[in-house]
Design a protein around this ligand. Structure first.
Ligand SMILES: [Zn+2]
Length: 199
């Protein structure tokens, strides 16, 4: 994968060609994948107020006039990493208390109401606009995905934290793409074995 392609990972490109998460969960998946720890920091799509504003606008999470501050960026990134920790915990491990605390705190101030459309369908809608509304929407998606049972399939890669949707029957997928992280893990184990003294 060249740099141009790597920069598209998480938006236009999914590692291993996996389909994205279904329905609204795709938005939360894209949020988690707005940054990957294997890539340079400046590639973070919400890493500065300008970048965050353009990403959130593109996703219709904020209105054109909404301003994003440095503090907002810090808050969004903290929430992203906390929800990523929950997604990694979907691999069958316990999430850390710090992660659940961050998500709980975000949920405490997230105001959502049930909206009804013309044919009677319901949807959770954020009450405030701006970054508060964006946070509320993302928390709402997390909640909905837990109701539909889709949430446990959104997993953080054990190697790089990339959020992928596990469609396998027995929910056994561990890495974002076997060809990238799976092999990297195996290679590391291989070199470890080679380095360890033989008797
Ligand atoms: Zn990975």
């Amino acid at each position: 994968m060249d740099e141009h392609e790597k920069r598209r990972v998480g938006e236009q490109i999914e590692p291993g060609g996996r389909p994205k998460a279904p329905g609204r969960l795709e938005l939360l998946q894209r949020f988690l994948n707005s940054y990957n720890h294997d890539f340079p920091r400046e590639w973070d799509r919400i890493g500065t107020p300008e970048r965050a504003q353009s990403w959130l606008r593109q996703k219709r999470l904020v209105a054109p006039g909404d301003r994003i501050s440095e503090a907002d960026v810090g808050r969004l990134r903290e929430l992203r990493e906390a929800i990523r920790a929950l997604a990694i915990a979907n691999q069958g491990v316990q999430p850390g208390a710090a992660a659940t605390d961050v998500v709980r705190e975000a949920a405490r101030t997230a105001r959502l109401r049930v909206a009804i459309d013309d044919v009677g369908r319901t949807a959770l809608e954020p009450e405030p606009r701006g970054v508060d509304g964006a946070v509320a929407t993302l928390i709402g998606v997390l909640h909905e995905a837990q109701l539909t049972g889709e949430w446990p399939r959104l997993k953080g890669c054990r190697q790089c934290g990339y959020a992928f949707f596990d469609r396998s029957k027995n929910r056994s997928a561990t890495w974002c793409a076997m060809s990238i992280c799976g092999n990297r893990t195996k290679n590391r184990a291989y070199y470890r074995r080679r380095r360890s003294p033989t008797r």
